[in-house]
Design a protein around this ligand. Structure first.
Ligand code: MN3
Length: 208
């Protein structure tokens, strides 16, 4: 199987001024495209060549020998997921079913917002902040280094924020907290988070 990069779910300039077209030209056009290209090269003629992207992420996650495949597969997945976690005029308090789940798990949207922002701001180096649901359906906020994805711990990812420098450096330079605030207050696509909340398997809900 050869993986093809899914289209962005919005125009390249649609998230301005919070994430610029120039950032997306590099982040989507070079970084994300590069992970998929390297993944396709890496899995050729291996046991991974007939697997879905999710199967590759899970099967390579615990294998030291296949760390390169895991990194490219997880980064391919994480970015395809991340684009859908954002939309123009998004962000702010949660809506739909996830709103009640957030109140139940964290006490209020404001408490959730602070915990998620702290996880994203506090991630040392390159990584991701995640909201996911565990096997019992309980919501969890975690941060993860490099390419890691909570699905490797059996969770279903619901929302992610990319905090690798390439996600924000052109727009915010070293001001990662400003990018995270813009993500939470202006970009989060709660409709997509609700779609993920309704799923019971680790799988992107679109062609990928
Ligand atoms: Mn990235």
């Amino acid at each position: 199987m050869t993986f093809k990069q899914p289209d962005l779910p919005f125009a390249e300039n649609a998230l301005e001024p919070h994430v610029s077209a120039r950032t997306l030209q590099f982040h989507y056009g070079k970084h994300h495209a590069g992970y998929i290209k390297k993944l396709n090269g890496g899995i050729e003629d291996t046991k991974y060549s007939d697997m879905s992207l999710e199967e590759i992420v899970l099967a390579s996650a615990k294998s030291n020998d296949d760390i390169g495949i895991f990194r490219n597969a997880a980064q391919a997945w994480n970015h395809s997921f991340y684009w859908h976690c954002m939309k123009p005029d998004g962000g702010g308090a949660a809506s739909g079913d996830i709103a009640g789940k957030i109140d139940e798990a964290f006490g209020s949207y404001d408490k959730f917002r602070k915990e998620f922002a702290d996880a994203a701001k506090g991630e040392f180096g390159s990584g991701w902040a995640w909201l996911s649901k565990d096997k019992s359906g309980a919501l969890k906020i975690t941060s993860a280094d490099e390419a890691d994805n909570p699905a490797t711990d059996g969770h279903i990812p619901l929302l992610t924020c990319d905090v690798w420098e390439h996600a924000y450096y052109l727009d915010y330079q070293n001001r990662r907290p400003d990018y995270i605030d813009a993500f939470l207050d202006n970009l989060v696509n709660w409709d997509f988070v609700n779609t993920m909340l309704g799923t019971s398997e680790f799988k992107l809900p679109f062609d990928h």
